[in-house]
Design a protein around this ligand. Structure first.
Ligand SMILES: C[S@@+](CC[C@H](N)C(=O)[O-])C[C@H]1O[C@@H](n2cnc3c(N)ncnc32)[C@H](O)[C@@H]1O
Length: 383
C-alpha cells in the first residue's frame, strides 16, 4: 500500500462544486495535493487530498452535508509540476548554484518528446550554455525513459498556424510523435502543427459535458482534433472541424482513423473566414445550424465571433471561447470583450455557464475559458 495515496472520489457532476466549496470554506488551509494528478474513473473524479485534511472534522462535516463522497486509495500519478521539480532536484548536487538556476522550471511532454524552455543567461558562453542544455536534455531522457527526443523552444507560438521554432537537443531530429490523452491518440508533428498538452484537463472537462443525441458542434480551430475527437469519442454528436493549416488537417484525418469514435466528424481544410463568403458552399450548408461552437484560438478569438454568430442556430446555443485576457480581473474583461463583439453582431450573452482562468499565460495575462449560452438579440426584443 505504500505507493498508494488518498483521493476524494465524487461524481463528476459535483466535481466543480466541490472545488468551489473547498476554496470558499478552507481557502489555502486545506489544499488538494497539487503534486499529484486528478484521476478519472468512469463517472467519477478522484481529487488527490493531503492526509491532514482527512483528520479535520470540520472538513468532513462540510463535505458530508453537501456531497456523496468517499475516500479511496489509488496509485499516485505525479503532476507535471512535480516531475519538473524532480528535474531541478536531480541537478541540485551536480551544478553550482548559479548554473542550477538555468535548469528549466517547466517542460512539456508530447508523446515521446520533451520540450524544454531555457532562459537567456550571460552566466555562460553560448558554447558552454549549449553544452549544458544538451546535458540537461540527456539527463531528462535518463530519468524518464519514455522520452526519446528532447527539443528546445526557440520562439513563442506565432503566425496563422500558431507554430513555434524548435531545435533538437538530444535524440533523433524527428518531430513526429503519437500523444495519448484521455484515452485518445493523436499523431502530430510538433514543428508543423500546434498542440499543447497543458490543455488536457480542459479537453477532459469539455468532453465530459452533457451533449444531446446528434448535437451539431463546430470546432472552428480544430488543429489535429483533440477537442473534436475527445467529444465524439464519448458522445453521439455531429462535429464539423476546421483548420487552415494543411499539416494540421493531414494529422486530423489520420487521427480520425486512429481513434474509435461514437459520433461523426467531418474535417475541412479551410480558413473559417471563408465560410462568410456567400459563394462558399460549406458556409451556406452550415449557416445557422450549430448548437455548440468551440473556439480555441486564444490570441484572436474575438475576430471570429462574427463567424460563430453566422454558424449558430437562430434559437441560440453554446460557445466555448478561450482568450488571453489582461490581469487583473481577466475573467470579467473576457466576458466584457465577448459581450461587446456579440452585440456588434446582433447577439448577446444569455447566460455565463462557466467562466474561469485555465492558467496564467504571462505575468500580465491569463488564459481564460468562457462557456456561454448566447442568443440572438431580436429574440429578446420580440418579447
Ligand atoms: C491554438 S490552435 C488550437 C488547436 C486545437 N484546438 C488544439 O487544442 O490543439 C489554433 C488552430 O487554429 C488554426 N487556425 C488559425 N486561424 C484559423 C482560421 N482563420 N481558420 C481556420 N483555422 C485557423 C491554426 O492552424 C491552429 O491549428
Amino acid at each position: 500500500m505504500r505507493d498508494k495515496s488518498s483521493y476524494i472520489k465524487i461524481e463528476k457532476i459535483w466535481a466543480h462544486k466541490l472545488l468551489q466549496v473547498l476554496k470558499k470554506e478552507f481557502r489555502n488551509k486545506i489544499e488538494l495535493d497539487r503534486k499529484r494528478k486528478v484521476l478519472y474513473e468512469n463517472n467519477y473524479v478522484l481529487f488527490p487530498i493531503h492526509h491532514n485534511a482527512l483528520k479535520n472534522k470540520q472538513f468532513k462535516q462540510i463535505l458530508n452535508k453537501q456531497f456523496e463522497w468517499q475516500v479511496v486509495l489509488r496509485k499516485s500519478v505525479l503532476s507535471i509540476q512535480s516531475k519538473t521539480r524532480s528535474l531541478n532536484n536531480t541537478f541540485s548536487t551536480e551544478l553550482p548554484k548559479k548554473l542550477k538556476k538555468l535548469v528549466p522550471r517547466s517542460y512539456d511532454i508530447i508523446g515521446d518528446i520533451a520540450i524544454l524552455e531555457f532562459e537567456q543567461s550571460d552566466a555562460l558562453s553560448k558554447e558552454k550554455y549549449d553544452k549544458l542544455k544538451k546535458q540537461i536534455a540527456e539527463k531528462l531522457m535518463n530519468i524518464n525513459k519514455t522520452i526519446i527526443k528532447v527539443f528546445e523552444k526557440k520562439s513563442e507560438v506565432k503566425g496563422l498556424y500558431r507554430l513555434r521554432d524548435l531545435k533538437i537537443l538530444s535524440g533523433e531530429d524527428n518531430s513526429e510523435t503519437i500523444h495519448k490523452e484521455n484515452k485518445c491518440q493523436f499523431k502530430l508533428d510538433i514543428k508543423k502543427v500546434y498542440f499543447s498538452p497543458r490543455l488536457v484537463l480542459e479537453r477532459k472537462r469539455i468532453s465530459m459535458l452533457d451533449y444531446k443525441e446528434g448535437e451539431k458542434i463546430i470546432d472552428l480551430f480544430a488543429g489535429v482534433g483533440p477537442f473534436s475527437i475527445q467529444i465524439a469519442k464519448h458522445h453521439n454528436v455531429v462535429v464539423n472541424a476546421f483548420d487552415v493549416n494543411p499539416d494540421a488537417f493531414y494529422y486530423l484525418l489520420e487521427n480520425l482513423e486512429m481513434n474509435k469514435i461514437k459520433g461523426k466528424i467531418s474535417a475541412y481544410l479551410l480558413n473559417v473566414l471563408d465560410l462568410l463568403n456567400p459563394l462558399n458552399e460549406i458556409g451556406l450548408t452550415l449557416k445557422s445550424k450549430a448548437e455548440r461552437i468551440i473556439m480555441n484560438l486564444p490570441e484572436n478569438a474575438l475576430d471570429y465571433i462574427r463567424v460563430a454568430c453566422f454558424l449558430m442556430q437562430d434559437s441560440g446555443g453554446i460557445i466555448h471561447i478561450y482568450q488571453f485576457s489582461e490581469k487583473p480581473n481577466s475573467i470579467k474583461k473576457s466576458i466584457q470583450k465577448v459581450d461587446l463583439e456579440l452585440t456588434k453582431n446582433g447577439w448577446l450573452i444569455e447566460k455565463v455557464i462557466n467562466a474561469k482562468v485555465v492558467k496564467p499565460f504571462s505575468p500580465k495575462a491569463d488564459l481564460t475559458i468562457l462557456d456561454l449560452k448566447i442568443k440572438k438579440m431580436q429574440n429578446l426584443i420580440a418579447f
